[in-house]
Design a binder for this molecule. Structure first.
Ligand code: ASP
Length: 289
């Protein structure tokens, strides 16, 4: 799982904030571990773990989403099933409490892959998804971040989950409020299948975080899958090419987490930090820097 790439450093992060992030990651990771131990399908794990993170205001997704240049939330999310290549995504949601549930609904209950803004919300409401008024999303943290960003500092942060379940099926999902002070209507990489999210049992599952425009231009998530499909590189070698060569060639900042078809977990980022946590049947870890 990841909780976004960004510019946190050991020196700048207070002990209190460090433990808030670690607790948030650990709560989410434990939820995933528990579900997988009970043989839950990977897709359900992706949804439930991301829902927990969307409810935790420390993450830039759901409740804690950053604000656009009008001071509103506009949330993007996507999910993909690596066993069928089915996918669902939503963009520019303003009232849906769990955008990842909306993405799953688009995948399961519509003929489409991506729905956006108020028509997407209407679709969600017809299926009784939870919604909330603007006040729910206007956290102090997001209002402060908007003010800082309007004064010109950059901050990322998104949530993503990649799972390889007991049957060997890979699924991936990503959910975000996007980038602070983005122009209203802007859609990032998170709801774009192949840019911010991708899953294919034959190659890997991927969830990205960072400056979305660059991830769209490089089709980062599908690029990783394509490198694995067409070369003999390991997943870590493939990630290193994308993060250390391709993204920097267009001044792209960010990172990604991935799992390959054999269950190998790998990640990379070219920002100062990327909140992340992993678990295998024998080992788990939480890392920030
Ligand atoms: N990738 C997200 C976006 O551009 C932001 C992030 O990951 O921080 O919308």
């Amino acid at each position: 799982i990841h909780g976004g790439a960004g510019s946190l450093s050991k020196e700048s992060l207070s002990l209190e904030a460090d433990s808030l992030y670690r607790n948030g990651l650990s709560e989410a990771l434990n939820k995933g571990i528990e579900m997988l131990q009970n043989d839950a399908p990977g897709l359900d794990v992706v949804v439930e773990v991301i829902k927990l993170m969307e409810s935790n205001p420390i993450f830039n997704a759901g409740r804690g989403s950053v604000l656009n240049n009008l001071g509103q939330v506009e949330m993007d999310a996507s999910i993909m099933d690596g066993s069928t290549l089915d996918a669902g995504a939503v963009a520019s949601l303003q009232h849906i409490v769990h955008p990842i549930e909306a993405a799953r609904l688009v995948m399961d209950s519509s003929k489409h892959v991506l729905l956006s803004s108020s028509p997407a919300e209407e679709f969600c409401l017809a299926y009784q998804l939870d919604s909330a008024s603007n006040d729910y999303f206007l956290t102090d943290k997001a209002l402060r971040a908007l003010k800082r960003s309007q004064e010109n500092s950059k901050k990322f942060g998104t949530v993503g989950v990649v799972v390889r379940d007991g049957k060997g099926h890979i699924s991936a999902g990503t959910s975000t409020g996007g980038m602070t002070n983005k122009r209203y209507g802007r859609i990032g990489d998170a709801p774009i299948i192949g840019a911010g999210t991708y899953a294919n049992d034959a190659t890997c599952g991927v969830s990205c975080t960072g400056h979305g425009e660059m991830f769209i231009r490089l089709s980062v998530a599908h690029e990783l899958s394509a490198i694995l499909e067409h070369t003999d590189l390991t997943i870590q070698e493939a990630i290193d090419i994308i993060i250390d060569k391709k993204l920097p060639s267009i001044e792209g900042k960010g990172g990604l987490i991935a799992i390959d078809r054999n269950g190998k977990i790998a990640f990379g980022f070219n920002t100062r930090s990327m909140l992340r946590a992993f678990a295998t049947p024998s080992h788990s870890a939480i890392e920030i820097y």
